[in-house]
Design a protein around this ligand. Structure first.
Ligand SMILES: Cc1cc2nc3c(=O)[nH]c(=O)nc-3n(C[C@H](O)[C@H](O)[C@H](O)COP(=O)(O)OP(=O)(O)OC[C@H]3O[C@@H](n4cnc5c(N)ncnc54)[C@H](O)[C@@H]3O)c2cc1C
Length: 442
């Protein structure tokens, strides 16, 4: 039986990318997935500029851009306060230099790439780089000897149980990770409060760059995607999900009309829905241990979080680069496995990573914005540099701790005092925030 350097379980954003990067470095890789490709998963698919930059670093961006519209500016509207900006190239460069040691391939554009498009490109690239790809293959057991994972047992559809062995098994198998369940890995920093999210695909209009709207406890987004369609998504607090589910098409439109009457009108009067409305309620956040004897986790398997900042795919790409660089050093004999995994862990468990995880989890509670938060958004109008830095922070390019540090907020709030007095949202703030607490779908 041949011994692989790595077996990767899961062949989507984190798994196919890890397999690709290890195979590109000349390692013997087997990557398996119970799915076949092309296929979608329950996920929307917004890719921030650092996500696009990873694809560019791996030589895959042109293939994506050949079939996917891309833009650089995004409009963010919070309770009627509109901000438009983009993630600055210089911050993107800093991000890559800090995390990966070089800033090759940085691009400033974002895109919304259907998973049936993106994941197939990733799997194809892994195969082309020399990884052995087995789809329709479900892993049923991990082979463990003396506490060390040394391989897998699994089967193709209607096939025999097959055994394969490797020096390391990579769990890239999503939030309900088989690897994590089999090894009884604990979850920690669990945050059960999350959003419900429903979305579909619409033709018949072109609104240009992506828009993200939030009003009270609800939000919606529209982004152009593949096949000349728009992905239109609505989300809200998990406490309202039961009532929302009572009439999904009706409440989807009702949420759009409430959060952005203009978008609601475009969808109703000009849009043709091309697919069913997809949805999910299971988005609680948690972390799991990163690695142990013979195994390592990447992507959602290790760190699952709410969709509200659209970051999971980009984080999966980040993990793939970090883990493949670490494993490469070990497989080449330049570091012990402990040194390699410690290096991976240090990057993944940085102060910034913890602060951003907390930022996402807090946003996912979907509380109405506080007065001071709205004041901050008002202050950002007309300050393009800080608006761009806010968007970069929301996207996890710039550190949360820098934008939200007290001295920066003081400066912005000073500016806000002058510009907020005449803004409509403050006219009857107490009554408005009280009305936002009522469940729109009850
Ligand atoms: C509603 C929603 C919206 C989202 N929107 C965005 C967004 O706009 N932008 C963004 O960046 N992120 C978004 N995300 C997050 C994103 O979907 C995830 O972060 C991303 O899919 C994680 O990739 P992954 O490769 O780690 O796991 P997955 O994509 O979950 O892939 C895991 C793979 O493992 C395979 N697998 C599992 N068990 C086995 C087994 N035993 N044997 C063989 N194969 C197995 C599965 O078949 C699957 O293909 C969203 C998530 C949700 C739920």
């Amino acid at each position: 039986m041949q011994l692989y350097d790595a077996i990767v379980i899961g062949a989507r954003c984190s798994g196919a990318s890890t397999a690709l990067l290890l195979a590109q470095r000349g390692h013997r890789v087997l990557v398996v997935d119970r799915s076949s490709f092309p296929s979608d998963v329950i996920s929307t698919h917004f890719l921030w500029p650092h996500g696009m930059s990873y694809l560019n670093r791996w030589g895959l961006l042109d293939e994506v851009l050949a079939v996917t519209p891309a833009h650089t500016t995004v409009e963010v509207v919070n309770d009627g306060i509109s901000l438009t900006g983009s993630v600055p190239t210089e911050l993107l460069r800093e991000y890559f230099r800090d995390l990966h040691g070089d800033d090759a391939g940085v691009v400033q554009s974002y895109a919304s790439v259907r998973r049936r498009v993106l994941d197939e490109i990733l799997v194809g690239a892994a195969a082309k780089a020399g990884a052995e790809v087995r789809t329709n293959f479900t892993v049923r057991e991990l082979i463990v000897e003396n506490g060390q994972v040394i391989g897998i047992r699994g089967r193709a559809v209607d096939g025999e149980l097959v055994e394969e062995r490797a020096r390391i098994v990579v769990g890239a198998d999503g939030r309900n990770s088989f690897v994590a369940r089999t090894l009884a890995l604990p979850k920690y920093d669990e945050r059960p409060r999350c959003t419900f999210a429903y979305w579909s695909y619409w033709s018949g209009f072109d609104l240009g760059p992506a828009q993200l709207h939030r009003r009270g406890r609800l939000a919606c987004a529209v982004a152009p995607t593949n096949f000349d369609q728009n992905m239109v998504l609505v989300w809200g607090p998990s406490e309202w999900s039961r009532e929302f589910r009572g009439d999904v098409p009706g409440n989807y439109q009702k949420a759009l009309d409430f959060v952005s009457p203009e978008l609601g009108d475009v969808v109703r009067s000009r849009g043709t829905r091309e697919e069913r409305i997809y949805g999910t309620l299971d988005q609680s956040a948690f972390l799991r241990p990163l690695h142990g004897p013979g195994w390592v986790l990447v992507g959602d398997a290790e760190s699952a979080k709410d969709q509200c900042t659209a970051i999971g795919i980009t984080h999966a790409f980040r993990d793939a680069e970090l883990v493949s660089a670490a494993l490469d050093r070990w497989l080449r004999g330049d570091a012990s496995i402990d040194e390699a995994m410690t290096a991976y862990g240090d990057r993944r468990r940085s102060q910034n990573a913890a602060a951003y995880h907390d930022y996402v989890c807090t946003l996912a509670e979907m509380r109405p914005y506080r007065h001071d938060e709205l004041q901050l958004f008002v202050a950002l109008r007309g300050n393009q540099q800080e608006t761009d830095r806010f968007i970069a922070t929301h996207a996890d390019v710039a550190p949360v701790s820098e934008f939200f540090q007290a001295s920066n907020l003081f400066l912005l709030n000073d500016a806000a005092k002058e510009s907020s007095a005449d803004h409509a949202v403050f006219e009857d703030f107490a009554e408005t925030s009280r009305s936002y607490q009522q469940n729109l779908f009850a």
